[in-house]
Design a protein around this ligand. Structure first.
Ligand SMILES: Cc1cc2nc3c(=O)[nH]c(=O)nc-3n(C[C@H](O)[C@H](O)[C@H](O)COP(=O)(O)O)c2cc1C
Length: 167
């Protein structure tokens, strides 16, 4: 059965926007109508069966516009199955400490909704898109070595998310 799915994202340098598009184009959603929108461009959730929200992380939490989106659409989100994905550079390890630290990126979001599925994806830092202050910060903050999330990993998550959202 075909469903109407909204993927709403918050992104500063385009990485989360790119991941949202890859998720939308996953084979798992081939039979669905998937709309990808920047969170600021979403007016309401009328006509939407399920929602995927994605944000990158700055200073240990989702972007302020993503937090604001969850707050202002809290009632509509409560009526629809929702999945979350988070894009980040740090705390990407498989160990428990790293897992706990990346889970903490959602501390302010989680009390506001009941997500059926959460995904965490390593992004990348594009220094050419940062202002002076941000560039300085990324030099001070240790960047773990490693690769950004692969399209295959994002598409595999899309399959898991669809099953969780629409089962
Ligand atoms: C100023 C600044 C602060 C950041 N803070 C964090 C952070 O606290 N934790 C983390 O894992 N990544 C952090 N990042 C990395 C971003 O989440 C990462 O580069 C992401 O891919 C950016 O995605 P976007 O282009 O969709 O915003 C930070 C990046 C910048 C520039």
């Amino acid at each position: 059965m075909s469903h109407r799915i909204l993927i709403a994202y918050a992104s500063r340098t385009g990485v989360t926007a790119e991941y949202a598009q890859i998720i939308a184009q996953a084979p798992a959603f081939a039979a669905d109508t998937v709309q990808v929108l920047k969170m600021q461009n979403v007016r309401d959730l009328n006509g939407i069966d399920a929602v995927i929200l994605g944000s990158s992380v700055r200073f240990g939490q989702w972007l302020p516009e993503a937090q604001k989106f969850v707050e202002s659409h809290q009632a509509a989100l409560a009526q629809r199955p929702t999945a979350l994905f988070t894009v980040h550079d740090l705390n990407r390890g498989d160990n428990e400490a790293s897992r706990q630290q990346r889970e903490a990126y959602l501390l302010k979001v989680r009390p506001l909704l009941q997500a059926r599925c959460e995904g965490f994806f390593v992004g990348r830092t594009d220094a050419s898109q940062l202002n002076f202050f941000e560039r300085m910060l990324t030099r001070i903050i240790p960047q773990d070595a490693g690769e950004p999330a692969s399209p295959q990993a994002l598409q595999a998550w899309a399959e898991t998310a669809r099953a969780a959202l629409l089962s």
